[in-house]
Design a protein around this ligand. Structure first.
Ligand SMILES: Nc1ncnc2c1ncn2[C@@H]1O[C@H](COP(=O)(O)OP(=O)(O)O)[C@@H](O)[C@H]1O
Ligand SMILES: [Mg+2]
Length: 235
């Protein structure tokens, strides 16, 4: 289990994450919603080692991983995608995904075999040898997903993986996440600001507002919470 306990973070005088706690069980999908600037990406950066919290702890299966380096946290079993998808444009799809595999093997043939598996899993096998820069936005998101998966995580953090996609493309990625979850038994933590998308996919939702969790629970519980409706849905 992944446990984030009482994490806080300020930038200058601005408190961006205020005593945040969360638990993610194995094989669970957890959603984090909140408007722009709520602190969602900062939270991901803290959990995945790109930023140090001022206070609080992150533990994974009883290992304290707080303030460890991103590569180390990745080896413990946490992978992420970035809000801005930027695969190496001049490398092929397969080569991009091999970068993920190299996190746990130094053998090229082995990395290629692992990468092939995940390129296929996300449905890009027909484009494996094309340059990543030529692919569409949804395809580049699939590359990013495959690259993160190729590190073979137990917990995968997705930062706004649905943004910029149309409803059909969103539906495809949701299906993909569900099938990866069933096949690989991994957990997902998904940042999203579309409430409908997040309730469709999550077992549990946290609502972040100015760095504070104002509600947590099942999508039904959260979306009927008066504070959430007032603060976030503008009701
Ligand atoms: N490196 C940084 N230095 C200073 N302020 C930052 C930094 N990163 C984020 N912030 C600020 O922290 C707040 C939360 O940002 P962010 O975590 O990116 O929100 P979200 O992902 O929910 O949109 C914003 O006010 C943002 O301007
Ligand atoms: Mg963000």
């Amino acid at each position: 289990m992944l446990k984030v306990h009482d994490v806080s973070k300020s930038f200058g005088g601005l408190l961006v994450i205020d005593s945040f706690s969360m638990e993610v069980q194995p094989n669970q999908i957890v959603g984090i919603i909140g408007p722009n600037g709520a602190g969602k990406t900062t939270l991901f950066n803290i959990i995945t080692g790109y930023l140090s919290p001022d206070r609080g702890t992150v533990t994974l299966d009883n290992h304290n991983i707080t303030k460890k380096k991103p590569e180390k946290i990745n080896r413990y079993g946490i992978a992420r995608t970035f809000q801005l998808v930027k695969p190496f444009a001049n490398m092929t799809v397969l080569e991009n995904v091999m970068i993920g595999a190299f996190s746990h093997t130094s053998k090229t043939a082995e990395a290629r075999r692992i990468a092939q598996e995940y390129v296929e899993l996300v449905g890009l096998q027909n484009k494996a040898n094309e340059k990543a820069g030529k692919l569409s936005l949804p395809e580049r998101k699939q590359i990013e997903l495959a690259r993160a998966l190729a590190t073979e995580p137990k917990y995968l953090f997705l930062d706004e993986v649905f943004s910029g996609l149309n409803p059909t493309e969103i539906e495809e990625i949701i299906k993909l996440i569900h099938s990866i979850k069933e096949l690989k038994k991994i957990s997902f933590v998904v940042i999203e600001h579309n409430v409908r998308v997040i309730s469709g996919i999550s077992d549990k939702v946290y609502v972040l507002h100015h760095g504070v969790v104002i509600a947590e629970g099942t999508p039904e519980e959260v979306l009927t919470n008066q504070e959430v409706v007032a603060a976030y849905l503008g009701g």
